[in-house]
Design a protein around this ligand. Sequence first.
Ligand SMILES: CC(C)(COP(=O)(O)OP(=O)(O)OC[C@H]1O[C@@H](n2cnc3c(N)ncnc32)[C@H](O)[C@@H]1OP(=O)(O)O)[C@@H](O)C(=O)NCCC(=O)NCCS
Length: 288
Amino acid sequence: MVFRLAGEDDVPAIRRISLALGQAEEDSGSDAEYVQFLLATGTVMVAETASGSSVIAWGAVKQSRGRSMLTDLFVDPDHQARGVGAGLLRRLWPNGPQEPARFTFSSRHPAALPIYARAGLAPSWPLLYMSGDRRSLAGPDGSAHLEVRQVDAGSAAAADMRLASAGRADVADVADIAGLAADYRWWGRGRLLSGLIVLDGARPVAAGVATRSGLAHLTCPDERNAAPAVIAALLALDAPEVSLCLPGPHPAVRDLLEAGFRIDDYDISMSTPDVSLASTWVYSPGLG
Ligand SMILES: CC(C)(COP(=O)(O)OP(=O)(O)OC[C@H]1O[C@@H](n2cnc3c(N)ncnc32)[C@H](O)[C@@H]1OP(=O)(O)O)[C@@H](O)C(=O)NCCC(=O)NCCS
């Protein structure tokens, strides 16, 4: 087995592996633009057979707000359960299980959580993939005091960073801000004003980004406004059928279920002990 950095030439093999694992959607390894985004902004590696004739696994890590996020780890179905996934993970995170500041959203594949646990990550809440008709949220919802302003991705990323770093000593550095703005532009690609800032009067309480069919991310440190901000942001989207991923303990989960939203799937958030992922935010399972 050979583990090496991936390049443009590996995009077709990454697509083949992803399709074999049923990953056909945008923002997965079958989406060449997604892989190119990871190649440009993160570290992408592949495993290939010793003869070098075939790529059998791929994975990627990326900086997210000063932490290292594992965005993807996929092993060809014919080569699973032989140590390839764990081996690739050890190359992507080479400093051992004590290395701080790492997280991922683990799939429920039986081999996924064990290899992340051995890499020093502990599970916390489920990240619920939810979808539904946003028009069912149009009734009284407690979000009437909030206004949603649609802005460009860079402005929303800057507002997000201010909200996320408020009250923290480790205020984000320039690299964090540039990285977050790149993620926002990626999520909002193809849309002119994809950024969202949710205001309570003049005060921003949440910032995030819309995709063509949902909410990719929403930072909202304020527990009281967490559910109203999600509902206000969903109501501001164009498409009637929308999707988003919410932490199990997020206060909006019950409101959305009551409005007829479904839980289509879930991942498990996992992180090193020093990382506490806020349960009042909306997350992208791939990019945080
Ligand atoms: C999850 C995945 C990346 C793991 O890679 P892999 O090469 O199959 O796994 P490995 O052989 O390296 O390691 C699996 C480990 O989990 C252990 N394991 C498997 N099932 C287990 C279970 N039910 N309980 C405890 N441990 C278990 C194995 O024993 C093995 O550990 P060992 O080598 O010490 O015996 C791969 O199976 C895969 O691509 N799955 C489908 C896609 C997916 O869900 N990817 C994860 C995205 S977050």
